[in-house]
Design a protein. Structure first.
Length: 94
């Protein structure tokens, strides 16, 4: 597949910032602690986002192995990978 996203590894940069492999900020989550005083959800979201490239690569390998060696239908996995490969319609953003 032709991924268009920034190649991993991505790193959790602390707080709610995700960094790409060279240490440049990739994304910053809006701080939910403003209303609740608890930013553990932001940390969890940042950690999940940081793991995304590795999860994508592993899921792709699992899909290939399941098809080749076990004859398993991997349509759902392939649809999920395709969903991750889609570029959003940027005209929808402010």
């Amino acid at each position: 597949m032709m991924e268009k996203f920034t190649k991993g590894p991505w790193l959790w940069g602390g707080a709610s910032v995700v960094l790409e492999g060279e240490g440049m900020p990739l994304c910053c989550l809006v701080n939910s602690a403003v209303n609740t005083g608890d930013n553990s959800e932001d940390y969890a979201n940042a950690a999940l986002i940081a793991a995304a490239p590795e999860m994508y690569d592993l899921l792709e390998k699992i899909s290939i192995a399941m098809e080749c060696f076990h004859g398993v239908d991997t349509d759902e996995i392939n649809k999920l990978l395709a969903k991750a490969d889609q570029c959003p319609d940027t005209s929808l953003y402010l």
